[in-house]
Design a protein around this ligand. Structure first.
Ligand SMILES: *[C@@H]1O[C@H](CO)[C@@H](O)[C@H](O)[C@H]1NC(C)=O
Ligand SMILES: *[C@@H]1O[C@H](CO)[C@@H](O)[C@H](O)[C@H]1NC(C)=O
Ligand SMILES: *[C@@H]1O[C@H](CO)[C@@H](O)[C@H](O)[C@H]1NC(C)=O
Ligand SMILES: *[C@@H]1O[C@H](CO)[C@@H](O)[C@H](O)[C@H]1NC(C)=O
Ligand SMILES: *[C@@H]1O[C@H](CO)[C@@H](O)[C@H](O)[C@H]1NC(C)=O
Ligand SMILES: *[C@@H]1O[C@H](CO)[C@@H](O)[C@H](O)[C@H]1NC(C)=O
Ligand SMILES: *[C@@H]1O[C@H](CO)[C@@H](O)[C@H](O)[C@H]1NC(C)=O
Ligand SMILES: *[C@@H]1O[C@H](CO)[C@@H](O)[C@H](O)[C@H]1NC(C)=O
Length: 399
C-alpha cells in the first residue's frame, strides 16, 4: 500500500516535471489558440537570440520587432509543429542555410525588415514568403526559392534583385496568386518570367521614383513594348489589378492588355506615356490611373471599346484638346480629373454620356471661356472645379 502510494506520487511528480519542461520561456508569452485550444502561440520580445526552451508544440512563433540579431542552425530544430514564424523587423544579417529546412509544417514565414544577405533553404510546405526590405540578391533569391512549388504569395519588395530577372526563377510557381517586386532594381525581365502564374490576381511591379538609377530608363518601356510583349505572358484573364506605377513606360504595345478581360484596375501613373494606350479587351475596368504622364491625345479612351468607368484621373498630363466624342461615348460615374493639363476650350455638351458623374476637375488649364452648354447633361454633378482666365468658377452645380 505504502509502496503503491509512493508510486502515485512519483507519477504525479513526473507529470508536473514534464509540464514544467514545456513552460513558457523567459521574456515570452505563450497562449493557447485554435478551436480546441490545442495550439500554442508564442511571442517573445527583448531577446537577442531564439530562446532554447520554446515548447515543441508551438504552432506560431512571433519574435518580431525586437532585438533579435542572430539565429543558429538548430534554433528551431525541435519546433516541428511550426506553421508560422515571424522574425520581421529585427537585426538579422544571416540565416543559417538549414535553419528552416526540417520545419515540414511551415507555411508562412515573415522576414521583412531585417538586413538579410545570402541564401538559405525553405521547406517545400511553404506557401507565404515575406522578405521585403532586406539585402537579398538575385543569387540569394534563386537559392531560397529553389524547389518550392506551393508558394502563393511572395513579397520581395525593396531588395536589390536586379538588373536581370530570368524566367527559371519562377518556373514552377503554378499556384502564385500575389507577387510584389516593387523597388527591386529590375531592368530586364525575361520573356515568360510569369508564364506559370496562371492564377496571379495581383501583379505589383513598381519602382521607386526618387531612388531610380538612369539604367531604369528602359525597364518597362521595353518590358511591355513590342520587343518584350511576352513579359506579361502568364497571368490569366483573371488578373484583376495591374499596377505599373512609377516606371519609365513610354509606349505600350497594342493588344498588351487584351487578355485581361477581368482587369478592374489599371494603374500606369507616373510614367512617360504620350498617349492613352490601347485598352481593347478591358470590358470590366473600373479605374484607369493615367495621371502624371505626358499624355496629349486621349482619343483611344473610346476607340478601345471601354464604355463605363468608375473614375478617370488624368491630372498632370499634356492634354490640349478634348475630342467631343470621348465623354459623349464613355460614361464615367464618380469623377473625372483633367486638372493640370493644357486644355484651352471644352466643346459643348462634352460630357453628355456622364449623367451620373459627381465630380469634375478642370483647374490649372488654359481655358479662357466656357459656354453655358459645356456641362449640359451633368445632372448629378456636385463638385465642379474649374478656373477660367484667372477667375475661379467653383463648386456648383445641382441643376
Ligand atoms: C506578455 O504579456 C504581458 C501582459 O499582457 C505584457 O505586459 C508583456 O509585454 C508580454 N510580453 C511579451 C514578450 O509579449
Ligand atoms: C531540442 O530538444 C533536445 C532534447 O529534448 C534538447 O537537448 C535540445 O537542447 C533542444 N534544442 C533546442 C534548440 O531547443
Ligand atoms: C534535419 O533533419 C535531419 C534528418 O532528420 C538531421 O540530420 C539534421 O540535423 C536536421 N537539421 C536541423 C538543422 O535540424
Ligand atoms: C543582364 O542582362 C543584360 C542583357 O541581357 C546583360 O548584358 C547583362 O550582362 C546582364 N547583367 C547581369 C548582372 O547579369
Ligand atoms: C487556380 O485557381 C483555381 C480556382 O481557385 C483552382 O481551382 C486551380 O487549381 C488553380 N490553379 C493552379 C494552377 O493553381
Ligand atoms: C521576347 O518576345 C518577343 C515577342 O514575342 C520576341 O520578339 C523577343 O525576341 C523575345 N525576347 C527574348 C529575349 O526571348
Ligand atoms: C489621336 O489619336 C488617334 C488614335 O490613335 C488618331 O487617330 C488621331 O489622329 C490623334 N489625334 C491627334 C491630334 O494627334
Ligand atoms: C487660377 O488661375 C490663376 C491664373 O492662371 C492661377 O494663378 C490660380 O492659382 C488658379 N487657381 C486655381 C484654384 O486654379
Amino acid at each position: 500500500m505504502y509502496a503503491s502510494l509512493k508510486h502515485v506520487f512519483l507519477i504525479l511528480w513526473l507529470v508536473v516535471a514534464c509540464d514544467g519542461a514545456s513552460a513558457c520561456p523567459n521574456k515570452c508569452n505563450c497562449t493557447w489558440f485554435g478551436s480546441s485550444s490545442s495550439w500554442l502561440k508564442v511571442k517573445c520580445s527583448g531577446v537577442k537570440q531564439v530562446p532554447r526552451d520554446i515548447p515543441s508544440n508551438t504552432k506560431r512563433l512571433d519574435i518580431s520587432g525586437t532585438v533579435l540579431s542572430s539565429i543558429q542552425e538548430d534554433s528551431f530544430r525541435n519546433l516541428t509543429s511550426l506553421g508560422l514564424i515571424d522574425l520581421s523587423m529585427n537585426l538579422l544579417k544571416l540565416i543559417p542555410m538549414n535553419a528552416f529546412r526540417n520545419l515540414t509544417s511551415l507555411k508562412s514565414i515573415n522576414l521583412n525588415g531585417n538586413r538579410i544577405q545570402g541564401g538559405f533553404f525553405l521547406p517545400q510546405s511553404i506557401v507565404n514568403i515575406e522578405m521585403q526590405d532586406n539585402l537579398l540578391s538575385f543569387g540569394d533569391l534563386k537559392i531560397i526559392l529553389k524547389g518550392l512549388k506551393r508558394i502563393r504569395m511572395l513579397d520581395i519588395k525593396n531588395n536589390k534583385i536586379g538588373p536581370n530577372l530570368t524566367k527559371d526563377v519562377f518556373a514552377g510557381f503554378d499556384n502564385m496568386e500575389h507577387i510584389d517586386l516593387r523597388r527591386c532594381h529590375l531592368e530586364n525581365i525575361e520573356n515568360g518570367t510569369f508564364h506559370a502564374m496562371k492564377n496571379l490576381s495581383k501583379l505589383v511591379r513598381e519602382v521607386c521614383q526618387e531612388a531610380m538609377p538612369e539604367t531604369f530608363l528602359s525597364f518597362l518601356e521595353y518590358a511591355i513594348s513590342h520587343k518584350h510583349q511576352k513579359t506579361l505572358e502568364g497571368p490569366s484573364d483573371q488578373l484583376s489589378f495591374l499596377i505599373l506605377k512609377g516606371n519609365y513606360i513610354r509606349t505600350v504595345a497594342d493588344g498588351t492588355f487584351s487578355r485581361f478581360t477581368y482587369l478592374r484596375r489599371l494603374d500606369i501613373q507616373f510614367n512617360l506615356l504620350t498617349s492613352v494606350p490601347d485598352l481593347s479587351g478591358l470590358s470590366f475596368v473600373q479605374l484607369l490611373r493615367f495621371e502624371h504622364n505626358h499624355i496629349k491625345n486621349i482619343t483611344r479612351l473610346v476607340t478601345s471599346g471601354t464604355k463605363l468607368l468608375w473614375s478617370l484621373p488624368l491630372a498632370d498630363n499634356q492634354i490640349d484638346y478634348l475630342p467631343a466624342s470621348v465623354f459623349q461615348y464613355l460614361s464615367v460615374i464618380n469623377y473625372i480629373d483633367l486638372s493640370y493639363n493644357k486644355l484651352q476650350s471644352i466643346p459643348d455638351k462634352a460630357f453628355s454620356a456622364c449623367g451620373k458623374l459627381t465630380e469634375l476637375y478642370l483647374e490649372y488649364n488654359e481655358i479662357t471661356q466656357i459656354s453655358r452648354h459645356t456641362f449640359t447633361g451633368l445632372v448629378n454633378l456636385k463638385i465642379l472645379f474649374t478656373n477660367i482666365s484667372g477667375g475661379i468658377v467653383a463648386s456648383c452645380c445641382r441643376r
